[in-house]
Design a protein around this ligand. Structure first.
Ligand code: NAP
Length: 279
């Protein structure tokens, strides 16, 4: 049995669907059992809160592998619960911002702390260190509903963004495979794109005359502070305005591990075209 955390999210959702399609026994961790109706047939729901390791006992029962999101209140406690349940393998989702990442940067620190807890856990582990996600582009949906102009921060910063589908494909491949125990895999998409490049791909796919406007840093900071804690906003500005994190390198790891190339941004758009068409 594989337990997938973040099962209603971008990566976990893709992984649950993939494992179910491969007819592998899969259990989805949900904060509320009322969300179970959206799970594919055959997927077992389990309730639990990753901020409360003591709530995870039932979900971890008879589990061979766990796909684990990071950044929760007590990651050593979550890993201790996995060890107590004799979980055979943890595949932890980190970020490649840890590579050269500074512990005084709140986002890098969140992932560095998660990785440290995983490595210290004595549960066999594999760490996935992806680039930024293509699914972050969903943030533009309100602007796309309102008109043809998209304003976004960090206009000059290219990112080799990855499709969550590919992170899930890598996770499904490495789960319970001993040759991946103790390895950290850096993952990226196939090309480094600026926000305007992503918008051009959307415009082309949607046949819409979309226009990009670079958002000034002050405006972006104010907007981000309305939804994201200040220490994380500061971390993102250090990453992308001050250049602390280079998310441009293109890696071939997805191909090497899954046997097929990483999906392009255009592939990601096509896979979610209905969302962009209907808003
Ligand atoms: N976005 C990026 O560019 C990027 C890059 C590198 C790494 N990452 C990391 O990737 C992770 C996953 O990203 P994603 O886009 O797949 O996530 P997402 O779509 O935002 O979904 C988050 C998932 O976590 C679940 N969750 C939240 N709090 C929880 C809790 N206390 N207990 C149990 N489950 C909880 C949510 O469940 P509910 O439905 O109950 O809310 C949801 O299923 C993030 O945590 C982030 O740190 C992201």
């Amino acid at each position: 049995m594989i337990l997938v955390t973040g099962a209603s999210g971008h990566v976990g959702g893709e992984l649950v669907r993939r494992l179910a399609a491969e007819q592998r026994p899969v259990r989805a961790l949900l904060r509320s059992a009322s969300d179970a109706s959206s799970l594919p047939d055959g997927v077992e729901p389990a309730e639990g809160d990753l901020n409360r390791p003591e709530s995870l006992g039932k979900a971890l029962t008879r589990v061979d592998g766990v796909f684990l999101l990071g950044g929760f209140a007590d990651m050593p406690g979550v890993l201790a619960a996995a060890r107590k349940a004799e979980v055979g393998h943890v595949v932890a989702l980190s970020s490649r911002s840890v590579i050269g990442g500074r512990p005084d940067n709140a986002v890098a620190a969140m992932h560095l702390d998660t990785e440290a807890a995983v490595r210290a856990s004595e549960v066999p582990w594999t760490i996935l260190r992806p680039s930024g996600f293509m699914s972050n582009t969903f943030e533009w949906l309100p602007q796309l509903r309102a008109g043809d102009v998209v304003r976004a921060p960090f206009a000059n910063v290219p990112i080799a963004a990855i499709d969550p589908h590919d992170i899930a494909a890598v996770a499904a491949t490495v789960l319970n495979r001993p040759e991946h125990f103790g390895l950290s895999h850096e993952l990226s998409g196939p090309a480094a794109l600026r926000p305007a490049d992503r918008l051009a791909a959307l415009a082309d796919a949607l046949h819409r005359p979309l226009r990009f406007q670079a958002q000034p840093d002050d405006e972006a900071r104010g907007e981000m502070l309305s939804t994201i804690p200040a220490r994380y906003v500061e971390a993102f500005f250090r990453f992308f305005a001050d250049g602390e994190f280079d998310d441009t390198p293109v890696r071939t790891t997805v191909t090497e591990i899954t046997g097929r190339p990483a999906r392009t941004f255009r592939d990601w758009v096509e896979a979610h075209i209905d969302v962009f068409r209907c808003g």
